[in-house]
Write a protein that binds this ligand. Sequence first.
Ligand SMILES: Cc1cc2nc3c(=O)[nH]c(=O)nc-3n(C[C@H](O)[C@H](O)[C@H](O)COP(=O)(O)O)c2cc1C
Length: 497
Amino acid sequence: MKEKMMGQGAGRLGFCRKAALAPMVRVGTLPMRLLALEYGADIVYCEELIDIRMAQCRRVVNEVLETVDFVAPDERVMFRTCLREKDHVVFQMGTADPQRALTVAQLVENDVAAIDVNMGCPKEYSTKGGMGAALLSDPDKIEAILSTLVKGVSKPVTCKIRILPSLEDTVSLAKRIEKTGVAAIAVHGRTKEERPQHPVHCDVIKAVAQAVSVPVIANGGSLDLVKSHGDIQVFREAAGASSVMLARAAMWNPSVFRCQGLLSLESVMEAYIRYAVRYENHASNTKYCLCQMLRDRVESPLGKQLHAAQTSAEICEVFGLQEFYSEHRARLLARQDSLHTGGQRPDRPVMEGDVTTMSVRFHRREYPPQITPKMHLLEWSRREKLEQPAYETVQRPLDRGFQSTVTVAEKKYRSTLWEKSKKFAEQAAAVVCLRSLGVSEGRVADPEAELVSKRKREERRADQSEEEKEGPHGPPNASDSTSRKRHQSKPQEEVKG
Ligand SMILES: Cc1cc2nc3c(=O)[nH]c(=O)nc-3n(C[C@H](O)[C@H](O)[C@H](O)COP(=O)(O)O)c2cc1C
């Protein structure tokens, strides 16, 4: 088979003899893409992202994770990418609007290797907006979208189609697409009415590949044809295509891209979790992908344990990766610290608007058992006949870190460092307040600490009964008012810290 030229506008990314991770909603997030690359995939598609949502995103360089994040107004990270995949990742979007498609493509183009338009999704949520497979019956729209993208971005533009009921129509659509200047066409060898368990029509993909001169990427062979790396070549030849794109085979076991052969699912899952933790993937997404890998073993004891896990820490525990998780969190916090302190003395107060800030972190081991900065601040406020300190905590979705602001005598104090829990964030805010006021915070090395601890031990019983009266939810003004989650804390001390 002759090797095909890449269409006009092709950049560094080529589409000849390549094995690609197919776009998959929920599955194709950063950890899966990095794992597929590690195992030998040449190209990795992200999950389909809808243009309307993406157009509202802002680009954020996440220095802590060393990623580039595209963050929605509600602070959700819609697309996270990193340098490792920059020359391999294809950004797939769902669109029915040339101008909006261009806006999104221009937003991401410097961080990705190519832009793809999904023209194959048969799901109603996609087709009812004129996106996905709905485009297949609107070739003028296809042409408008692809031509606009090819002209408007510097990276290769591709599209992913399904076959049409007639071979002639499929071939003529592919020829029309080719004229727009796309760098490759991915062809899923099923019609939009056919289900994933129907056999893939390699003959139709082959006819398309013979009719156009841009590379064709064959897709749809996971169930019947591709079980391991060697089958990729078999599928490519059967479809007469330049490259192959795998969805389910890669979702079930991404080591299908490994030329040395498949790895055990256990080791693949562990490797996946390491990427998921490293890049702060949302636990529910991590869990979803792991469950897809387990397939019919989802009811096994491991599957049940996984099902019960709610957080990344708990997922790690199921797989015996607690130590890895703790080390990761420690590294993350240390990196946050070094980025935020920026070489400044950490205990120098800096005003940020009306808030006094310092770069301090709460280290539990620096305080005597059961005695915390919050207790010291509460005690001091009572002595000064002030209202009890009020804490307001926010959580940022970027890395799910917590930051708390404490108000004392109508002045606000907070640490610039984000903590791993709400409790620690409140303690850090209390430390900032105490240090700014020059009041002892009760560290072990602090001579005043012993006195306060003694008095606290005597008072704790009284405090606890007061707390019981107040009820478990604190004051009634806790609210969810902004895009960040807000946690209004009761002023009463939490003993654990
Ligand atoms: C979980 C899942 C999610 C998918 N999401 C997308 C998507 O976001 N965009 C897309 O073009 N196709 C999507 N597909 C379709 C696949 O990319 C692919 O076309 C199809 O599964 C056939 O390939 P296979 O036989 O290798 O699985 C998805 C498939 C699966 C299984």
